[in-house]
Structure formats: C-alpha cells, structure tokens
Design a protein around this ligand. Structure first.
Ligand code: ATP
Ligand code: MG
Ligand code: FE
Length: 341
C-alpha cells in the first residue's frame, strides 16, 4: 500500500510517499524560516501564501523522486488540523483536488496523530498501548496511545506549550528564530545551575504542565543583566527538562500497563529532553522510543504514515471533510477544557 502525505499546518510545506511496510520512497520539505525570521515568529498569512506556492511542486517532486505516478498511490492523506487555518486549508484542498482528479480515497489526518504515530514509522516493534509525551510548538500533553484514533489524555498544559516556551525564551534572549534549536545551541556553553528558575507544578499530583511562570522568570533574569545568555538558556532548558520528567514520572505511575515510554513532536528533537527521558524510562524498566530528529519536527512522512495506519483500519474521509483550526485527539478533551484543563 502506497500513501501520498501532505503537511502544511504551520511553517513547513511538505510532501512524502510512504508504504505501509515503512519504506519512505520520497520525502520533500520546504521550511519558511527566512520568510518569518524578520518577524521573530510565524506570520499566518505569509505561511499560507508560501504553502500555496510550494505544495504542488513538492508533491510533484516527491512523485518524481519515488518514480511513481499519482495513479500508483492507494490513498492521499493530508493534515486537516489543528494548525494555522489558512495553511491547513491549502493542504487539505490540494489533497481533495488530487483525490478527485485521480479517483483516490482521501484520509484527513489530525496533525497530532501524525506526531503521535511517527515513532511507529521509525520503530516497527513499537506496539500499542504506549505512553506518549507529545511536546511540540503548540502542545504539551501526556497521552495513552491505545490504537489508531484511540487516545486517552492524561495531562496537558494549563498555559504555554513547551516549544512555545523555547521560542519565547529564544526571542527574549535575542537568540533568533526558530527558537528551540537556538536555545539548545546556546545552552551548550552555559551552566544549567547558574540561574535560579521555578519548576511550575513540579510535585503536584495531577501530571499537568505550566510554562508561563518560567517564561516570566527568564524575562526577569535577562533584564537583571546578572547572567549570560548561555547561562540563562542552559538553566531554562534544565527547568523545562525537570518539569517534563517530573510530570512524565507521575503519568507513568498512573497509566495502565504500557509497552514503552515514547516522545514525539518538535521538542523531542532536544537532546537534553531525550537523554533525561531515556534515563527515566530505564529507571522504570520500560523501553524508551524517540523518532529520529527529522521525524520530530513537522514533516509529511508522519502524515503519510498516519494516513497509512488509518487507511489500513478502513478510515477514509468524504471530500467535504472540513479543515479544523482546533482538533483535540481525545473526545474527552473538549469537556475537560470546560473544567479549566
Ligand atoms: P503542533 O505540532 O503543536 O501543532 P508545531 O507543528 O508548530 O506545533 P513542531 O513542528 O512539532 O510544532 O515543533 C516545533 C517546535 O519544536 C518549536 O516550538 C521549536 O522551537 C521546537 N523545537 C524544535 N527543535 C527543538 C530543539 N532542538 N530543542 C527544543 N525545542 C525544539
Ligand atoms: Mg516549524
Ligand atoms: Fe507539529
């Protein structure tokens, strides 16, 4: 089975061809860092326009690289949300047009399910259920991944996402955009114990996250002029790691039996985060799985793979399936939101 996947929910335009035996036939990606850098963050309108220009050529390039025609594809998968709605619409409409023109089934993929299942693309031995720390630019959640389309959310952030905290810290330290890799690079030369920073919610019984207070503390530390950017970056990164580890430890204790502790999403590319989670998993006698770095940040291979898993489960979508700016993975999430979670 061969799936064409399209991704356009934020500032990466991407197309990939993936087989259900996990062969990645082609994988094309165009980042937009240069276009957004002057603004210090992603500008939705600029992103949507770039997706319009880049997506079709990337899909054609992916087909050419794989040496296949659209006719050889079994289904077309695209991110249908959550994300910046303009970009999501570009990708979904492109997929609908291709599906209609080639008479192929359409699979509308939740971008978070793309991240959540990406470790299974890289690791054929990763079986359900697993405990997933999903740490990305817009999300910070602990999920029990029980199967395709079957998620139980154990925790989420009550304010900022972890990646958002990295991006804001990079911005206020003047480290540039995108923030996560810039903070990680700056932290190498810094002392992670230099700056006293809070660890919000660490020690609390529910495994939720909070990063807003940490961001304010970083701002005060930067304003004080007492510490180098490297020391602040290293101390900030350590504080985030400590929060992620403490919360994941609580979730490990409260989740049912799981086959592995898994991390996914852009922040999973951070080596301090990966290292600390590996240690935590070893201490709990559970396997640790992290996708290769390129699969952590946004890409289309994970969307094609999630499409393959859904298609194999008989899950396809009608051509009028809507693009969604918000789209929680678990059905209980909307209810929980009402409860302030
Ligand atoms: P979401 O997936 O929640 O919709 P997104 O798609 O924008 O959000 P991703 O592409 O999964 O997010 O991840 C991007 C985020 O990951 C950014 O916030 C970025 O700063 C962060 N990130 C990327 N690399 C690193 C790194 N090495 N260390 C820390 N953070 C990183
Ligand atoms: Mg990005
Ligand atoms: Fe993402």
């Amino acid at each position: 089975m061969l799936i064409l996947g399209l991704e356009s929910s934020c500032d990466e335009t991407a197309a990939a061809l993936v087989r259900d035996d996990r062969t990645i036939l082609a994988h094309k990606l165009a980042g937009q860092e240069a276009a957004h850098r002057p603004y210090g963050g992603v500008v939705p309108e600029i992103a949507a326009r770039a997706h319009v220009e880049m997506l079709a050529p990337l899909a054609e390039a992916a087909l050419a690289e794989a040496g296949v025609r659209l006719d050889d594809v079994d289904a077309i998968a695209a991110t249908a949300g959550p994300g910046l709605i303009g970009g999501v619409m570009v990708g979904l409409v492109t997929a609908k047009a291709l599906a209609l023109a080639a008479s192929k089934p359409l699979v509308a993929v939740n971008h978070l399910e793309g991240h959540a299942l990406s470790p299974r693309l890289a690791d054929p031995d990763l079986a359900f259920p697993y405990l997933l720390l999903l740490v990305s630019g817009g999300h910070c959640q602990l999920l029990e991944v029980r199967g395709v389309g079957d998620y139980r959310r154990l925790a989420t952030t009550i304010d900022d996402a972890a990646g958002e905290a990295f991006d804001k810290t990079a911005k206020l330290l003047g480290l540039g955009f995108p923030g996560g890799p810039a903070v990680e690079r700056a932290a190498i030369a810094g002392d992670p114990r230099a700056v006293p920073l809070p660890r919000p919610l660490v020690g609390s019984r529910e495994p939720h996250f909070s990063f807003a207070g940490l961001k304010s503390a970083v701002l005060r530390a930067a304003d004080s002029g007492r510490w180098s950017a490297a020391d602040i970056a290293a101390s900030f990164q350590q504080a985030v790691v400590d929060c992620l580890i403490d919360r994941t430890r609580i979730a490990l204790a409260s989740a049912g039996p799981v086959t592995a502790l898994v991390v996914a999403g852009g922040v999973a590319a951070n080596s301090a985060v990966r290292g600390a989670l590996a240690t935590l998993a070893a201490r709990h006698g559970v396997r640790f799985v992290a996708p290769p770095l390129w699969l952590c940040t946004d890409n289309a291979a994970m969307i094609a793979w999630a499409g393959a898993e859904r298609f194999a489960a008989g899950l396809t979508d009608p051509l009028d399936v809507p693009a969604r700016a918000r789209w929680p993975l678990d059905p209980d999430a909307e209810k929980a939101r009402g409860a302030g979670v």
